[in-house]
Design a protein around this ligand. Sequence first.
Ligand code: MN
Length: 253
Amino acid sequence: MPPIIGITATLKEDVDSVAERPLGRFVRADLDYVEGVAGAGGAPLVLPPVGDKSVAEALIHGLDGLLLSGGSDLDPGYYGEEPVPELGITLPERDAFEMALVGLALRRGMPVFGICRGMQVLNVALGGSLYQDLASQWERDLLKHRQDTPKWQPTHEVRVSEGSYIARVMGRESVKVNSYHHQAIRDLAAGLVVTGLSADGVIEAVEATDLSERWLLGVQWHAEAMRGAGPQQENLFEAHVSAAEGHALRRAA
Ligand code: MN
């Protein structure tokens, strides 16, 4: 049986395209995440960001792996900061649900793959912090991390650490990626190691210090939107699904 991979979703206002009247709020997950998981042999399960911790607890029992998707800014209160003026939109329900869920996943030793916001959520859940806004808080030269071009289009390079897990998975030490973020990891959490940097020094990839003990991987780019660009992005999804498969087998044993 394919391992079940929970994919976090967001809440989004929608309007009727014909009548242009508000339709209310909808649970939304980009199909690229769902297809990325399914294409890698996993069974994707979209998780609505609602409910209290007991809901997260009930849901986690049915999962073998967790994929933290991209999206809005995380409330800086989760890393002990007040908001700066440049902070973007935050969704309290989503933040609370994901922080509860990732905490439970970490305690269970569940493989967690974080993409964009997801990598940042993973870092904060483990005790790290973020730049709330790179443009106003980064003190050196900065590349364009908020590209205006389509998601499938790579715009800046990432150098991945020689001998790192992600270098092995992608089969290369340099990869050109898309970039859709104005936040980034600031203080790295204990238990994570930086394995990818852009030329300006922004953290673009992290992994667990000991992957055999717990499988954690984070990328700052939208790997799900670049699956057509070559096998290296699909390989990330396959690595996660296969780690989730191992986790399911160990739990069943
Ligand atoms: Mn970037």
